[in-house]
Design a protein around this ligand. Structure first.
Ligand code: ARG
Length: 587
């Protein structure tokens, strides 16, 4: 198999570009773009700064990878010796390893980050490619559960990362504010409604009404019938029913709004399911014209049995339209309104079939952009905690989760740093940040187990640890007391661990691209954790060995080390901001 020739070169540095150009010049099968796409970073910095795997080429030439690697390294020796950017090349196993000119590399990487500040890692690669993300999307009268929390956090992180990469973005909250459950709520309200409870805790109270309805309906089947009638009234625009529905919606949105502001999340649109009420008929017509819809047992469906899939339900016996019908209308509306490059749905894996059906039906309707729609799914979220009030199923009150995190962090700070100024605010940022990080750090598709001891640990690998490292580096720069300069002597960064930090910093922009391409914020989490361990290693060794202290006695050494620390701090800050965590300067 030939190396891919269409993958764009991903590294932004002239160093990687040089590796690509030189290698392509000696291997006929490789283009420089292909090499750039293949480049890896050796995990052991002693081996080099870039590694080029020769395995695919070896398969193609039917030779042993080490033999090919040795040959290529040999051919490259003279070229590398004359290079402005590279210092050495060597074969190791099936790889060709390159070493860059360390001082130039550090100057390039550190200089760039400090010059760009909060814009570091930013690019304009996404210009003109609008990304619409449908995320959070809780339901009125059902609880905002931990699955919605995960959707909110993943969606918001993706929006920020895509935006940082230059994409116009649109965040849509597809609120579940329509459907037969509103008929049930209207009936329940009629029977048992209490205004003051609705005003004080709308989401919880509406859910309670909904649960009570189901319980009582078991003994009184007439309730179901009444609920269907009530929903029909709502659908036909009965003013009383509409008014009540509006009231339920308004006070629920207000409460969701409090959660979003705690999490620092904003949406561009709250067009929920009800928004599509008058936009479904054209879709149903188009389906009928194309002969895609059929009636089966009084329900209107799209038959998908040729794929061995269950049918997509468009309308039930009682004429009420469904979730799926509204999603068809929503996708079409979004395409017309935003002309998206990609439409991402950040929704749990339980809805995999729904989205497969949705995209398939859009395809059959003749929309070629159906292939630009994607279900960005995620696994289950489980809370293991006796301290939180247990409710039915997987429902945990989010406020309770967040408040508890904040309280626990506050008590940790009280123990370690009682005089911290602004303690309440810091505790809030760190507590909420800990929950965000614990959620985002798990690969999307894996289940998240919230274990409080883990969420709120300050140990290596946790969110608070990344935040703490940021604060620690900030303090070192402040202690330095002079302005940070990038015009420093980079030859003085001689320690391999310092080189490793530079190398990781250079990866930042590329890492953000991977996060966007894979729709996987966890890659940013692991990047930040890796960076903190390398840099903390440096700081700790400095505490033991005075010659490695950041604020060294030799002013030239101190200056260059501080520049590196400041660049690292900057990348941590941008990374934390993109995850939605915030980066307190002290904690
Ligand atoms: N409201 C749905 C739920 O809570 C999620 C909606 C996701 N978005 C969509 N367009 N279907 O399960």
């Amino acid at each position: 198999m030939a190396p891919p020739t269409t993958t764009p070169a991903r590294s932004q540095s002239p160093f990687a570009a040089e590796v690509a150009t030189l290698s392509a010049a000696v291997v006929a099968e490789w283009s420089s773009e292909a090499v750039a796409a293949m480049l890896e970073i050796p995990s052991d910095p002693e081996r080099g700064d870039y590694a080029l795997p020769c395995f695919p080429l070896a398969r193609e030439r039917r030779l042993a990878p080490p033999k090919i690697a040795a040959e290529i390294a040999d051919q490259l020796k003279a070229k590398v010796a004359g290079s402005e950017w590279l210092e050495g090349v060597e074969a190791a196993g099936g790889y060709v390893n390159f070493r860059v000119k360390g001082a130039r590399f550090a100057q390039y990487v550190v200089g760039d980050i400090l010059a760009r500040g909060d814009d570091c890692g930013r690019s304009d690669a996404g210009t003109g490619q609008t990304i619409v993300i449908d995320y959070s999307s809780p339901n009125i009268a059902k609880m905002f559960h931990v699955g919605h929390l995960r959707s909110t956090l993943v969606g918001a992180a993706l929006i920020r990362v895509f935006g940082h990469l230059g994409h116009p973005t649109v965040g849509v909250n597809h609120i579940g504010d329509w459907g037969t459950q509103f008929g049930k709520l209207l009936v329940a309200w009629d029977l048992w409604g209490e205004s003051d409870r609705l005003e004080s805790h709308p989401v919880e109270y509406l859910y309670e009404l909904y649960v009570r309805f189901h319980k009582e309906a078991k003994a009184r089947p007439d309730l179901e019938e009444r609920a269907r009638d009530a929903f029909r009234l709502l659908e036909t625009g009965d003013p009383e029913a509409r008014k009540l529905w509006q009231r339920f919606r308004d006070c629920s949105l207000e409460e969701f709004g409090r959660i979003y502001s705690t999490l620092g999340v904003e949406f561009d649109s709250f067009a929920g399911e009800s928004f599509y009420e008058d936009k479904m008929q054209p879709v149903l017509d188009r389906l009928a014209q194309r002969g895609l819809s059929t009636t089966s047992r009084d329900a209107l469906i799209v038959d998908l049995s040729d794929l061995d899939w269950p049918p997509m339900m468009l309308r039930k016996q009682d004429e009420a339209t469904l979730y799926a019908t509204r999603d068809l209308a929503a996708a079409i509306y979004r395409h017309e309104t935003y002309g998206f490059h990609k439409l991402l749905y950040v929704v749990g894996q339980a809805q995999e079939l729904h989205f497969n059906q949705l995209f398939e039906v859009l395809r059959r309707l003749g929309y070629d952009w159906a292939d630009d729609c994607e279900h960005v799914m995620f696994g289950w979220v489980k809370f293991k905690d006796q301290h939180l009030s247990s409710r039915e199923g997987n429902v945990v009150l989010l406020d309770e989760v967040l408040n508890r995190a904040v309280e626990m962090v506050d008590s940790i700070i009280a123990e370690k740093n009682a005089d911290l100024e602004d303690r309440a605010r810091v505790a809030r940022t760190v507590g909420v940040g800990a929950v965000i990080f614990a959620d985002l750090a798990t690969r999307r598709i894996r289940d998240v187990n919230f274990d409080w001891d883990e969420v709120l640990s300050f140990d290596h690998g946790s969110g608070p640890y990344v935040m703490y490292t940021h604060a620690r580096l900030t303090r070192i720069v402040q202690k330095y007391g002079r302005p940070v300069s990038t015009a420093v002597d980079y030859e003085r960064l001689t320690d391999p661990a310092e080189r490793a930090v530079v190398q990781q910093l250079e990866q930042f922009g590329r890492q953000l691209q991977t996060v966007a391409e894979r729709r996987e914020p966890s890659y940013l989490c692991s990047y930040l954790v890796d960076l903190t361990s390398t840099v903390n290693g440096d700081v700790q060794r400095g505490a033991k060995d005075p010659s490695l202290r950041i604020l060294a006695d030799d002013p030239d050494v101190a200056a260059v080390r501080v520049a590196l620390v400041a660049a690292t701090r900057q990348v941590l800050k941008v990374g934390l901001d993109l995850l939605g965590m915030g980066a307190p300067e002290r904690m």
